[in-house]
Design a protein around this ligand. Structure first.
Ligand code: NDP
Ligand code: MG
Ligand code: MG
Length: 341
């Protein structure tokens, strides 16, 4: 069984005695910086000059500096810029300014696992990775709860790496839920696999195929949208609360029987074989190579795929329908320009 940590297993005063630089102020960055600050930690946000995040962080009452200045002053540096920019950011802005014994923190093992960042032996290399989007990490913290975190130490130069990682995890609220011990390798490979085959890639392909099947058969797109996309959240909420069993307990017997007989006709054993191929590409580094090579070239493949996804007819139907939902608080925005803080 996995080793779990809770608030009682961590000493908050350890991270409170350090100066922490949070590099990046996006989805994760804003949540970590604000939660640490509210836990009594001395935080500075590191950003590039002219960054659109700069004023956002200042408006929240945080100290902001260039990446170089923030890093130079810090005992702990948490790198929360996008994974594909971390390698260059590290070699150009972070490494030259890093205190020789500063601890390096990550929220995803990608750059360490694939060797894009190889810190020298004097640095602790730790991971505190919330298992949820940054906005949830902040919202849950404010509500007195937390999002579970994955904790790992790749290099324990100080001998205090674990205590420091747990202290950080406590300060962002993660140990109110639970901290799960893992390694950079396990976190990276399972995270990529989960998002590619199930959570993001799998689910979107499933929804789009279902929508296409219904609309091509002549059913109204609005009705198809409700059946294959909108209701997904309601079903997932039940699984989240009580596993697949609770979801099956809650749905009608008709739906439950259809689940048993038709699910395996759609997700056939061949799908699992494809999943194994995806996992192999993650383990070999082939996926990482493909992603980083494309990013280094300015992301032509990435941009084309994003545009193609945005043009799928389910997006048009959804945009129109969501305007009519009295209960949706968030308004649609332009989602074509990357993640939004
Ligand atoms: P975001 O895309 O939200 O990060 C954007 C932030 O990074 C902005 O403040 C941006 O500033 C800054 N930034 C971008 N490029 C640079 C640069 N070259 N130099 C300095 N700052 C830069 O990242 P995420 O929060 O999504 O991801 C951060 C890390 O957390 C990743 O390792 C990711 O895998 C991990 N993670 C993310 C999760 C999530 O919820 N999104 C969940 C769990 C882990 P500017 O305004 O200047 O562009
Ligand atoms: Mg991920
Ligand atoms: Mg139904």
């Amino acid at each position: 069984v996995a080793e779990l940590y809770y608030d009682d297993d961590a000493d908050l005063s350890l991270i409170q005695s350090k100066k922490v630089a949070i590099v990046g102020y996006g989805s994760q960055g804003h949540a970590h910086a604000l939660n640490l600050r509210d836990s009594g930690v001395d935080v500075v946000v590191g950003l590039r000059e002219g960054s659109s995040s700069w004023s956002k962080a200042e408006e929240q009452g945080l100290a902001v500096a260039t990446v170089a200045d923030a890093v130079a002053a810090a005992d702990v540096v948490m790198i929360l810029a996008p994974d594909q920019v971390q390698r260059t950011l590290y070699s150009e802005q972070i490494e030259p300014n890093l205190k020789p014994d500063a601890a390096l923190f990550f929220a995803h093992g990608f750059n360490i696992r694939y060797g894009y960042i190889a810190p020298s032996a004097g640095h602790d290399i730790c991971m505190v990775a919330p298992k949820g989007p940054g906005h949830t990490v902040r919202r849950e913290f404010e509500a007195g709860r937390g999002v579970p975190v994955i904790v790992a130490v790749e290099q324990d130069a100080s001998g205090q790496g674990w205590a420091l990682a747990l202290s950080y995890a406590k300060a962002i609220g993660g140990l109110r839920a639970a901290g799960i011990k893992t390694t950079f390798t396990e976190e990276t490979e399972t995270d990529l696999f989960g998002e590619q085959t199930v959570l993001c890639g799998g689910v979107t392909a499933l929804i789009q195929s279902g929508f296409e099947t219904l609309t091509e058969a002549g059913y109204q797109p609005e009705v198809a949208y409700f059946e294959v996309l909108h209701e997904m959240k309601l079903i997932v909420d039940l699984m989240w609360e009580g596993g697949i069993s609770k979801m099956r307990w809650s749905i009608s017997d008709t739906a439950e029987y259809g689940d048993y007989v038709s699910g395996p006709r759609v997700i056939t054993p061949e799908v699992k074989e494809r999943m194994k191929e995806v996992l192999a590409d993650i383990q070999s580094g082939a996926f990482a190579d493909r992603f980083i090579s494309d990013q280094d070239a300015g992301g032509p493949e990435f941009k084309e795929l994003r545009t193609r996804g945005e043009q799928h007819s389910i997006e048009t139907t959804g945009r129109e329908l969501r305007k009519l939902f009295a209960w949706t608080e968030t308004r649609d925005q332009d989602y074509t320009e990357g993640s939004v803080a």
